[in-house]
Write a protein that binds this ligand. Sequence first.
Ligand SMILES: C=CC1=C(C)c2cc3[nH]c(cc4nc(cc5[nH]c(cc1n2)c(C)c5CCC(=O)O)C(CCC(=O)O)=C4C)c(C)c3C=C
Ligand SMILES: [Fe+2]
Length: 412
Amino acid sequence: MSDENDKKWFDKKISRRDFLKKAGMVGAGAAIGASGAGAIFANMFSGKANQVVGNEEISFYGEHQSGIATPVQKNVYFAVLDLHSTDKEEIKQMFKDWTDYSEKLMKGELVAPELANHLVPPIDTGETVGLNPYRLTITFGISPSFLDKLKMDNKKMEEFKDLPHFPRDQIKDKYKGGDICIQACADDAQVAFHAVRNLVRKGRALITLKWTQAGFLPIGNGKETPRNLFGFKDGTENPKNNNDFKNVVWYDKNNWLKNGTFLIVRRIQMHLETWDRTNLQEQENTFGRYKESGAPFGETDEFATIDINKKGPDGKPVLPIDSHVYLAKKADVKIARRAFSYSNGIDEVSGQFDAGLLFICFQKHPDQFIKIQNSLGNDDKLNEYITHVGTGIFACFEGIKKGEYIGQKLFE
Ligand SMILES: C=CC1=C(C)c2cc3[nH]c(cc4nc(cc5[nH]c(cc1n2)c(C)c5CCC(=O)O)C(CCC(=O)O)=C4C)c(C)c3C=C
Ligand SMILES: [Fe+2]
């Protein structure tokens, strides 16, 4: 790259947002000529809407971390990290640096102004220059082993322990364990990836990547429940308002996790080829819901209340007793699901799609998930079509207030 080009690309020393502002393109529904937009920013050239997209920004600050109750975005980049230091001061500093970075990233800014010295690598990796924030959220969590490594056993609540082995689990070593998780969600895949990449880069003296997974969802206009790779609406029965989140998700005991939550992640392979050979009636029996409408059996409305004890005219339960929804409901406990589909090319052994669900859920007590997973157990008809290959449990800190840093209560 010539000096002149170099200058054009980075010497702006302005944020991604300022870049857009200068071009007069920031603001809800700000109209710009499609040709102009296409010429300047390929990402904005949809060909149909002359609007700036992705300009919505989510605040990094609040009572709870973002990316938990936030309406789900199109993309996730989820990373599990191994910690290689036992020095609390160093780790505290990393969380402080991540606080500073996250605030900037979620505003759509570069993580640091560019250096005048062109003989050193740029601080921000640069792949989001010209992009809006795209509702980026960044959620941080730590695992029980994080507390072990730092000899902070006194901070471990009795419910915070590794998940048990569940029936039919085929967990691979490479997808379990790890000390820290970062969940970056955005309506643009590159914005989510950029966030994790730059955070990891900043902490590289103390952490390494254990496993990562990118995921996607068909969000459309944001009004419909997105469909999973089996073609079913997934996420219908979920907390809907603040009160639901208070009851189901936010940790409320008086310790460092108050207003935080437990994140559970499961990497679940979905055997698409087997599913695609299954007739529609069997597919619907697997969930106890109709494929097109998403309504439970015997109803027409996706959001109709389900009574698992309801019997049909033949005296048999309306919902098959081995269906996924029947068994999940039978556990009689709630969780907040925020799952994403993934597709990772081809499974080396079977030659089939390596695709599935990055199942992420939030709950105030891990037992909520454990109870449901045990109820699904060996009986869930869905087991014929899926395999759990990855697992993790992380305590996600409370939200961050201005002047504070991520995880402050834990270290105080
Ligand atoms: C232990 C928790 C759960 C795992 C793991 C899980 C995997 C999984 N689920 C689907 C698809 C659907 N799940 C649906 C409902 C549903 N699933 C769980 C829990 C787990 N799912 C719950 C608690 C519920 C809600 C039950 C209720 O109270 O009604 C549905 C139906 C629509 C909906 O409500 O979202 C679908 C479809 C897949 C494909 C999958 C693993 C790959
Ligand atoms: Fe489910």
